[in-house]
Design a binder for this molecule. Structure first.
Ligand code: TA6
Length: 285
């Protein structure tokens, strides 16, 4: 394995890994995986061509970590969207080769600034295993004396050849909340993106498959410790409104997020831990 820590912009440090199976890059801001590309494959994760590499903000693409709330804060719209750890400096604890691939561990914990936003004590650890598959394990540990009640997501952006020509399987017969219409519905069939979608699928632990006929591959997203799957594509108008989203960027991405959101809250008791895990693998069509 080869590893390099480089600054992609001032104070924005990125760990670049290259091993026998894949290359990957991980920003220390937010412990955000920015890139993952198995050898001889198109990149699996989508990273915006217009991304801003800001040491205090989440980057558009890869896998931002939404924690300890997903989306807007439930009671206080003034708090940051998707929680506060995606714009926080994480500590790089270790980088080691194992028989399963390269294992990278990052962590963060509460401090005065987080206590003001969310008055709880915690440690968070992200374990990333880079091989021909990408394994991500987010462990929340309650180091305080009262229960932690939280929502969260591994907000994964996937790279596809053409968003209008993919099919998303695995969410059939699942109830979802549509964040645009603000209504609950039931997904009857597989999903074919045709426009803006912001869908929160409830009570599902199923694998999701993104079938991409043009690139002759399927991306399989398996998960554990997750009861919610979120599917998002901002489509043309919303993408144009975002400074870090190239105008046509929506055409080559889709977010499929392993999450615990809305009523699928997680309750972590003092001295206990909870793990949100996702595994991303490629299969040929
Ligand atoms: O997961 C979908 C979502 O919650 C959308 O509602 C959308 O706004 C998106 O995340 C991106 O949020 P961000 O704060 O990164 O711009």
């Amino acid at each position: 394995m080869q590893q390099k820590l480089t600054e992609w912009s001032p104070n924005f440090e990125v760990l670049e890994i290259s091993n026998a199976y894949a290359t990957a890059s991980i920003a220390l801001t937010g412990a955000q995986v920015l890139q993952f590309q198995p050898l001889d494959q198109q990149p699996v994760l989508w990273l915006s061509e217009s991304a801003h590499f800001n040491p205090e903000k989440s980057t558009r693409g890869g896998i931002p970590i939404c924690w300890p709330w997903f989306g807007a804060h439930p009671d206080n719209a003034g708090l940051p969207s998707h929680g506060f750890v995606r714009g926080k400096a994480w500590q790089l604890d270790s980088v080691e080769d194992s028989e399963n691939g390269t294992v990278v561990v990052l962590s963060t914990k509460d401090n005065d600034a987080t206590q003001k936003l969310w008055p709880h004590s915690f440690t968070l650890e992200l374990r990333i295993i880079i091989a021909s598959t990408l394994n991500i394990e987010l462990t929340t540990t309650n180091t305080g004396t009262t229960p932690l009640i939280l929502t969260e997501a591994l907000h994964s952006y996937f790279h596809v050849s053409d968003a209008t020509n993919i099919t998303v399987y695995g969410l059939e017969n699942t109830r979802y909340f549509d964040k645009i219409s603000k209504e609950f519905s039931n997904q009857t069939n597989s999903l074919k993106p045709t426009g803006l979608m912001d869908l929160v699928y409830m009570d599902t632990t199923a694998d999701v498959i993104i079938e991409d006929p043009q690139w002759q591959r399927k991306i399989r997203i398996s998960k554990s410790g997750s009861q919610t799957t979120v599917v998002w594509n901002p489509w043309k108008d919303k993408a144009q409104a975002m400074a870090d989203f190239a105008n046509d960027g929506y055409q080559t991405m889709i977010c499929v997020e392993s999450a615990n959101a809305l009523d699928n809250k997680v309750n972590v008791q003092p001295n206990e831990s909870h793990q949100l895990i996702t595994q991303i693998s490629l299969e040929s069509n």
